[in-house]
Ligand binder design. Sequence first.
Ligand SMILES: NC(=O)c1ccc[n+]([C@@H]2O[C@H](COP(=O)([O-])OP(=O)(O)OC[C@H]3O[C@@H](n4cnc5c(N)ncnc54)[C@H](OP(=O)(O)O)[C@@H]3O)[C@@H](O)[C@H]2O)c1
Length: 231
Amino acid sequence: MTVALVTGSNRGLGREFATELLARGATVYATARDPEKLDLPGAIPLRLDITDPASVAAAAARATDVDLLVNNAGTAEFVEPLTTDPQVLAGLLDTHVFGTLRTTQAFAPVLARNGGGAVLNVLSVLSWVSAEPLAYYAAAKAAAWSLTNALRLSLAGQGTAVTALHVGYMDTDMAAHVAPGDKISPAAVAKLALDGVAAGDPEVLADELSRNVRQGLAGGVPALYPQFAGA
Ligand SMILES: NC(=O)c1ccc[n+]([C@@H]2O[C@H](COP(=O)([O-])OP(=O)(O)OC[C@H]3O[C@@H](n4cnc5c(N)ncnc54)[C@H](OP(=O)(O)O)[C@@H]3O)[C@@H](O)[C@H]2O)c1
């Protein structure tokens, strides 16, 4: 029986993870920066801001029975990379990279004590390819991808499996600017990702866009950025 902790579970994909985990019979710590915003009957509400070391330490001290950590929390900014203050990138790194690392470090001993368990990191198709208004977000997700691979290597020693979820646009607040036909249901993504965790998959590619871009990696810059194909 899984005991899961989901970061950023008051809305979006995190809320779908918590809902699906409850439906699968798990005990769920539903965490949020503001727990007042949580609306998940059956879950254990917990305050957690992954950019705040004290908040992360308090959550790890409280949720000592966790055997699945879902690093879902994230933010996005729309920028023009040549002119936007680099501090905006620092803020995104603080969440996607330092926050994910800090939370995983805090929960690694908890997972070890509970039989190893698993970590699920929510990444993106933009871990692999950049797109101009999301340039800083893509840089943060690329770093989070590398970090995920490093954590998989390190956590293997204590029997903790690490699954990376890559997905394109989902129908959440973060992708409110994207046309409805171009984004997929976060509930479906949550199910797919949790199936991947249950199967011990190191990587889940949740949509066609992610699968296509992943395949394009072998083709290098010309495959991923057709405008430079003839250069
Ligand atoms: N939507 C997409 O198209 C898409 C595509 C690929 C990957 N993703 C990734 O999927 C994950 C979930 O995003 P979403 O689409 O569900 O976005 P969302 O609807 O904007 O939800 C983001 C969640 O993360 C929480 N959060 C942000 N910073 C936090 C922090 N420092 N500590 C704790 N919680 C924090 C938010 O809490 P508040 O309510 O307090 O702000 C909210 O619950 C993110 O990692 C995102 O990068 C999204």
